[in-house]
Every structure is written in structure tokens, then in C-alpha cells.
Design a protein around this ligand. Structure first.
Ligand SMILES: Cc1cc2nc3c(=O)[nH]c(=O)nc-3n(C[C@H](O)[C@H](O)[C@H](O)COP(=O)(O)OP(=O)(O)OC[C@H]3O[C@@H](n4cnc5c(N)ncnc54)[C@H](O)[C@@H]3O)c2cc1C
Length: 630
């Protein structure tokens, strides 16, 4: 894609502060969108410490969007999640790592320095005048210059101490948990530190080291709770719950580390320890992720999450995916090449939606992760007996076992709050009740000890079972899916190669039409300028025979036609768009509007519904627009 240039083409449109995984992912997204970007990293090299190790299916989907999924998948592996009463013994729950509705493994494990190198290599695809990376440069401060409507960033080069001033339109703080950009915004980092202390040990095992547990293992033994996992590049990791009365030096001493790994069934003489760190996890969220003008926070700068669900980097990647297309849209609508005088983008609501849409999910992950940590890693004998009894009784029912074995551990929430950029006029009543419930701060239950643990355990179990059975078959049921991420089935075009849906959707919005009839394209008004403002790809998903409808239609050159190539995928796709787990297919004409970050903007059925789409998009994204362009 060509770079977008407006005022001065030599100025950067975006400066990303920090080249950790989230700064790099954002750089790849902006590069793909052709936005002139500079990434500034204070370190002289990429981080060589293995820290995070896990990505979920939706994060892999983002890698697919930036064309790096295959190489990351090749250098990572999926693991089952095992809950064991003792180390590698008495497994009471095993969550299989199957492929999910998003078209990728539920989770993969990788070696962070290698992952960061892949992302950095990805940036090189845009190094010709689109994305520059400056390692060894420290961002000191910035200020907004009203006259030029730009930010001026003060940067020092480590090697020679020289200062430079960089001009840009937008700043993205991807500068980690101690973010100086967040501090400059004046935002508090609200939340708490975890009650338990942990010791993390990463080692490269010698070739003759005895075989270790090959799953991501939670050891729920009150005498020595821990989690263990193999990591690519020959690494193995232990995270031990440790006593509060020892200093970090004592915990990280060679003797203590050797003793801990020996007790965990490993041989300390047949490994090289590459990282050992005593820490207390954080569950903190920045009060603001956007300064109301031109500065944003992503990743750890916006939120530090407890590690138990492994969602740190995946959540940061979702921040980038949510924000990148909004920046692209704002810049495109400023560009003289795409400006349409009848449509004026509502930039304020566009950018304010970023935190509104992301914060709730991150808060829930933080809460659930804390609960999982406390519940699974408890050191109290009484609590663990009660917990295990409860889980044991529930798992006597085979259907509960099936639910847990196939269920996401992370919370999945739709972005349907007041201020979200979805078709809120179409939300069903149940969702509208959330209108006045803004994303809340982090709250903890007041109950303590055993009561708290039991309540927490029950809450998780009941929530999981309830969400599994929630489906609806009312005529409005399809609207339940507004704000969720759309599944990603395999599609094929007239017998050609099978591909994943996103690969045919393009970079902007998508208008997916299922079972089109001859009038559908007039009803959605494919020539309306709102579609070009949103850089929309039209995709027709029909059975083979129905493609003939397209062949005779005058708008056919705008629409790509596909069929769902796999019966299972077809079934789950139709279940999603009908929001009904008993449906196997639908013959009704259905239009799904999907945002670039794969969230469903709206699902429409029937002439009356479908005819409202362009008006809805205009009122969500534009100000002073006429209801309908003629
Ligand atoms: C010590 C440590 C241990 C961790 N261990 C684990 C773990 O065991 N498991 C797990 O799941 N997660 C772990 N994490 C969390 C995980 O690494 C993060 O969630 C992830 O790296 C966040 O990515 P990020 O890009 O948002 O921030 P970071 O990876 O922190 O990257 C921020 C980058 O910004 C740069 N920077 C900061 N300030 C400036 C400035 N003023 N100018 C220019 N550049 C700047 C920094 O040098 C850094 O490279 C750990 C984090 C840390 C810090």
C-alpha cells in the first residue's frame, strides 16, 4: 500500500515509543497500512530476556493479518493445559489445545527474544520510507504544538548524547510498565500488586536431561504450588510460589534455585539457568489510554496483567489491532485524495472508542487471572481440600468435563458499551441494559480466606457452564453477536485454493453477504461513499449454485464470491450469525459488517434491516452527514 501523505510528507505520522513486542506489532500494522512511522527504542538492541511465552488464537489471527503467522507458528508449539494435584501426577483437568473458531490453535508457546526478532524482521518489509526503527534512542519528553497541530518529541541518541526533535501527528506509548508517556499524560496506574511472591526460573536443558512434563502444567499442590512449561529453543520454565520471608537475593541464589528445581523433579547439574527472578505480579490499568488529542498507550504501558492466563502480550496485540485502523481512518479522511465533502469523520468518537472498547476486556482478564492464580496456587491445605472436593464433584458429570476441556479460559466479551463503534441501535434489549454501565475500576471481593476461595471457584465454574449453554433462537438472536469477533472459516472461490476468511477480506471494513438475492446489492447501496471511506471489501458467501445470482448482477465487479469449503466451518459460521447453537445452516439473506479488527459491527436480516446499514455506518463514523448519499 502507498504511504499516505498530507501536510508534510517528511514528517512522521506516528511515533511509537518502545520496540518491545507491542511496539513492534503496532509498527507492522501501521507499515501494512502505509503510514509513515518511526519506532524509537532506548535499548541498543532488542530485549534478550525470555519473559512472556504465550499467545492465544486471536493474537495469532493478528499475526496472520500482518503476514507473520506462518513463521511464528513454525517457531512455536501448542501445549495442552494440565491441572495436576501433584507434580505430573493426578491430573484432574486437561484442556486440549484444539484449533478454535478463529482458525488457529487455542494457544501457542514461543521464546520471546526469537518472537521479537521475527517482529523486527517483519518491520524491514516497510523500511523503504514507511517504517523507521531507531534503536539506542531515548525519548525524553514531548509537547503538542498548536500552530502545526503536531507533537514535538525530544530524543537523545545514546551513543553520542546528541538531542533531536522529531515532529509527528500521533504518539503511541508502547514503553512498558514504567511508561514515561503514561506519566506525561498524568494518568495513574491503578490496581494492586499480587499477595503472593513468585520465583521464575528459565533454563536450557542439556540433551541428556531427563524428560520433563510436556504440557503447560499447573501444580495445585498446597505444599509446593507452581507452574511449569517447555518453551521453544530448548528452554524450560518453572514459576514457584515462594515464602514471603526470604529476600530476592536468597530466592535467586544458585543454591536455592538448584534446590527448587531438584524438588520439582529436574536435575540442576544438567541445565544452564538463563533467568531467575523473584517477583510479585501486578494487576494495574492506566486510568487513561488516550490523552483526548493525539497520544495513546498500548500494551504494558496501558495495563500490566497477572501472568496466569498468559494474556499480557495477546492483550497488547489486541490494543494495537483496535487502534491501528482508527489511526489509518483518521489519516485517510484528512488526506485530500480520499476526502469526501459530504462525509466528515467523527475523529473524536473514533479515538475515544479505543479505551472504551479495550478496557473492559483487559479488566476482566486481570480479575480472572488473579482468581485463577489464587484458586489454583493456594498454599492453604483446607482451601485446597474444599476446592478439590468441589471440582471433583463437578467433574463427575461428563458434560462438565467436556465443557472445561473445550472452553476458553480467557473471558470473551463483546464491545457493545456506550461509545463503542458498533451498531448500537440494533443491540437487543439485554445488551442495551449495559448502556449506563461504563467500564469499572478493579474491585476485589471483600470475603477472605476459605469463603472467598469457594465463592471464586464457584463463580468461575458457574460462569463457564452458563456461557457454554447461552444461545438464543428468537428472531433477534443474530444481534446477540454484535461486538464479538467473527469466526474465521475456510473459504474457497470456484474450486480454487482454500484460504482463511481474513485473507480474502482486505485491510479495511468488510461487508459479508450470505445468501445474496438479486436486490441485496441495491439495498446495501454499494456505491455509497461511506463504503469507500471505510475502505470496504464486499464478500459474497453462498453455495455454489447461488453464485449465479452474482454473475448477472451489475455490481458484480465490486464483490468477491466465496463458498465455505468445510462442513464443520459452515455449521459454526451459520451458528454464529444466527446466534443459535442448534442451527446448521440458514437460507435467509444476511449481511455482516465486520470492522478491520474483526469485531462485528452489525448483523442484518431482511429488507428493512439491510436497508439501514449505510445510514447506521454514517451516523456512527461521521458528523454532519446527510442520511443517505444519492
Ligand atoms: C522483568 C519482566 C519479566 C516478565 N516476565 C514475564 C513472564 O514470566 N511471563 C509473562 O507472561 N510475561 C512476563 N512479563 C511481561 C511481558 O514481558 C510483557 O507483557 C510484554 O513484554 C509487554 O510488551 P510491551 O511491548 O508492552 O512492553 P515491553 O516489552 O516492556 O517493551 C517496552 C520497550 O520500551 C522501551 N522504552 C521504555 N521507555 C522508553 C523511552 N523513554 N524511550 C524509548 N524506549 C523506551 C523499553 O526499552 C522496552 O524495550 C515480564 C515483564 C518484565 C518487565
Amino acid at each position: 500500500m502507498e504511504p499516505i501523505n498530507d501536510e508534510n510528507e517528511n514528517d512522521y505520522k506516528v511515533v511509537i515509543v518502545g520496540c518491545g513486542p507491542n511496539g513492534s506489532v503496532m509498527g507492522n500494522l501501521l507499515g501494512l497500512y502505509g503510514i509513515k512511522t518511526l519506532i524509537i527504542e532506548s535499548s541498543d538492541h532488542l530485549n534478550t530476556v525470555p519473559r512472556a511465552a504465550h499467545l492465544d488464537d486471536e493474537a495469532i489471527r493478528i499475526l496472520q493479518f500482518i503476514g507473520l503467522d506462518k513463521i511464528v507458528l513454525k517457531n512455536s508449539f501448542p501445549l495442552d493445559v494440565q491441572f495436576n494435584r501433584y507434580n505430573s501426577k493426578k491430573t484432574f483437568l486437561n484442556i486440549k489445545n484444539t484449533e478454535t473458531e478463529f482458525g488457529h490453535p487455542r494457544s501457542i508457546f514461543w521464546y520471546q527474544p526469537q518472537f521479537e526478532q521475527i517482529l523486527a524482521d517483519g518491520l524491514k518489509r516497510y523500511q523503504d520510507n514507511v517504517v523507521d526503527v531507531w534503536l539506542g534512542h531515548q525519548v525524553n519528553d514531548y509537547h503538542y504544538e498548536k500552530s502545526s497541530k503536531s507533537n514535538l518529541i525530544n530524543v537523545t541518541e545514546n551513543a553520542n548524547g546528541q538531542s533531536k526533535s522529531i515532529k509527528c501527528k500521533y504518539i503511541i506509548g508502547a514503553d512498558g510498565g514504567n511508561s514515561s508517556i503514561r506519566k506525561s499524560m498524568g494518568s495513574k496506574f491503578s490496581g494492586e500488586s499480587g499477595a503472593m511472591r513468585w520465583l521464575v526460573v528459565d533454563a536450557i536443558l542439556d540433551a541428556d536431561h531427563p524428560e520433563m512434563n510436556g504440557s503447560f502444567q499447573f501444580v495445585c499442590d498446597p505444599a509446593s504450588p507452581m507452574l511449569t512449561l517447555p518453551i521453544p529453543c530448548g528452554h524450560f520454565r518453572w514459576e514457584f510460589v515462594v515464602a514471603n520471608d526470604k529476600t530476592a537475593e536468597q530466592l535467586e541464589s544458585v543454591e536455592n534455585v538448584s534446590e527448587m528445581v531438584r524438588k520439582a523433579g529436574a536435575d540442576p547439574t544438567k541445565m544452564t539457568v538463563v533467568r531467575k527472578a523473584a517477583y510479585t505480579f501486578q494487576n494495574r490499568i492506566s486510568d487513561y489510554w488516550y490523552d483526548g488529542n493525539s497520544v495513546f498507550l498500548i500494551g504494558d504501558a496501558a495495563h500490566c496483567l497477572p501472568p496466569f492466563l498468559g494474556m499480557g502480550v495477546s492483550s497488547g496485540m489486541r490494543d494495537s489491532f483496535n487502534l491501528a485502523w482508527k489511526i489509518k481512518l483518521a489519516l485517510s479522511s484528512n488526506s485530500t485524495r480520499t476526502l469526501n465533502s459530504n462525509l466528515v469523520l467523527n475523529q473524536r468518537s473514533l479515538f475515544e472508542s479505543y479505551m472504551t472498547e479495550r478496557r473492559q476486556e483487559v479488566e476482566l482478564i486481570g480479575k480472572k487471572s488473579t482468581i485463577v492464580g489464587e484458586m489454583i496456587m493456594s498454599t492453604s491445605l483446607y482451601i485446597t481440600i474444599m476446592r478439590d472436593l468441589l471440582i471433583y464433584m463437578l467433574l463427575l458429570f461428563p458434560f462438565v468435563q467436556t465443557i472445561f476441556a473445550n472452553k476458553e479460559m480467557k473471558p470473551i466479551v463483546p464491545i457493545d458499551y456506550h461509545g463503542s463503534l458498533v451498531d448500537r441501535q440494533h443491540l437487543v434489549d439485554k445488551q442495551k441494559q449495559l448502556d449506563n454501565v461504563p467500564p469499572t475500576g478493579i474491585k476485589r471481593l471483600d470475603d477472605s480466606g476459605i469463603v472467598r476461595q469457594i465463592i471464586l471457584t464457584l463463580m468461575i465454574l458457574l460462569h463457564t457452564i452458563k456461557s457454554f449453554f447461552s444461545s438464543s433462537s428468537s428472531s433477534n438472536a443474530h444481534k446477540n453477536k454484535i461486538g464479538f469477533r467473527i469466526p474465521q472459516p475456510n473459504v474457497t472461490s470456484q474450486g480454487a485454493t482454500v484460504d482463511l476468511l481474513d485473507n480474502v477480506l482486505g485491510l479495511g471494513f468488510s461487508c459479508i453477504i450470505v445468501n445474496a438475492d438479486k436486490d441485496t446489492y441495491d439495498q446495501i447501496d454499494v456505491d455509497s461513499p461511506i463504503w469507500s471511506l471505510l475502505n470496504t471489501t464486499f464478500v459474497n458467501i453462498n453455495d455454489d449454485s447461488d453464485e449465479k445470482v452474482m454473475m448477472h448482477h451489475s455490481k458484480q465487479e465490486k464483490v468477491k464470491s466465496f463458498t465455505l469449503s468445510n462442513q464443520d466451518h459452515k455449521k459454526s459460521f451459520h451458528q454464529f450469525i444466527c446466534s443459535d447453537n442448534t442451527t446448521t445452516t440458514t437460507t435467509e439473506t444476511t449481511v455482516i459488517i465486520v470492522r478491520p479488527d474483526k469485531h462485528v459491527y452489525g448483523i442484518y436480516k431482511g429488507v428493512n434491516d439491510i436497508s439501514t446499514i449505510t445510514h447506521s455506518l454514517q451516523s456512527t463514523f461521521c458528523i454532519n452527514s446527510t442520511n443517505r448519499e444519492n
